[in-house]
Design a protein around this ligand. Structure first.
Ligand SMILES: CC(C)(COP(=O)(O)OP(=O)(O)OC[C@H]1O[C@@H](n2cnc3c(N)ncnc32)[C@H](O)[C@@H]1OP(=O)(O)O)[C@@H](O)C(=O)NCCC(=O)NCCS
Length: 261
């Protein structure tokens, strides 16, 4: 296991980055995983910096790294690729002001109960197939399911401010929402509709219920998805959201993981 429990500073080629161990990912996948964060201004020496991050990760025993950069910083994306990172995701963040929310639709929406956990985990397992974890060929499929299960469990155990469910008697969809500390920003952290109930307005009803609930409490709603997730993008557009910003995520794996050892 890695020897450094805390973030490590990496300095190379006149630039700086941090390697931060990721306890949640590490537990779900059972391998030491960390995140790379480049300091602002790390642009010119970026290839050397990210190569140094990979080297330090190897020395510390981290076998998987994730780096997320604003998508307009194409020089950083290129530098990560040159340092051996591979592209896994383009994340798009949508948002809207919480005003003029429409009234309740026909789909009944309620709040999740603790006993809904297995149903919501099953919904989640079938849903988040475009996330950076799922598209990464070097991550164990069983770990991907553990990650989804744990994420849904955490949502019900307090990570989310509210978990809304569609058809509360027999949930067919859910939306887990967080509220920032100052209460001004509501975020949809997870949203999924069962595959045989999609395209019938359930996702739309969930987002509208979220907006109605948070309109008196928060100023804005934000939600992120993958650029490749056309259904989710169109759902958020249909709910009045507009594109705010975007990121690119790249992963790096140690040679032994790449070789399947
Ligand atoms: C994204 C998701 C929640 C949408 O739920 P849904 O119940 O199918 O969505 P709705 O039927 O309410 O449709 C809402 C909008 O989405 C769009 N949409 C729905 N199905 C679509 C499809 N098959 N193709 C393209 N757009 C689609 C439509 O624009 C629709 O708006 P409109 O009715 O004004 O045309 C659902 O597809 C899902 O669970 N996907 C897997 C999990 C996921 O990707 N979650 C988001 C991760 S960030």
């Amino acid at each position: 296991m890695p020897t450094a429990p805390e973030a490590l500073v990496v300095e190379a080629a006149g630039a700086r980055a941090w390697l931060r161990p990721d306890a949640f990912d590490t537990e779900c996948f059972g391998i030491p995983m960390a995140k790379v964060e480049a300091a602002a201004g790390a642009r010119s020496g970026a290839v050397g910096l990210f190569a140094a991050c990979a080297r330090v990760a190897g020395e510390q025993g981290w076998v998987h790294l994730a780096a997320r950069v604003p998508s307009e910083q194409t020089d950083l994306v290129r530098a990560l690729e040159e340092a051996g990172f591979y592209w896994v995701d383009a994340t798009v963040i949508f948002g809207r002001r919480l005003v003029d929310t429409t009234g309740p639709g026909e789909v009944p929406i309620g709040l999740a109960l603790a006993e809904d956990l297995p149903v919501l985990q099953a919904l989640g397992r079938g849903a988040f197939r475009q996330s950076r974890y799922f598209v990464d060929p070097y991550l164990d499929p069983a770990g991907k399911d553990r990650l989804t299960d744990q994420w849904v469990a955490n949502a019900l155990n307090g990570r989310a401010d509210r978990v809304f469910v569609a058809e509360p008697k027999k949930p067919v969809g859910f939306a887990a929402c967080r509220l920032d500390r100052r209460g001004r920003l509501a975020t949809i952290d997870l949203i999924a509709v069962s595959s045989d109930s999609r395209g019938r307005g359930i996702g739309r009803s969930l987002v509208e219920a979220v907006c109605r609930h948070y309109e008196p409490i928060a100023e804005r709603l934000e939600v992120g998805t993958q650029l490749a997730n056309t259904q989710a993008v169109r759902l958020y557009e249909a709910a009045g959201c507009r594109l705010l910003r975007s990121y690119v995520t790249l992963h790096w794996v140690a040679p032994e993981l790449r070789a399947g050892r």
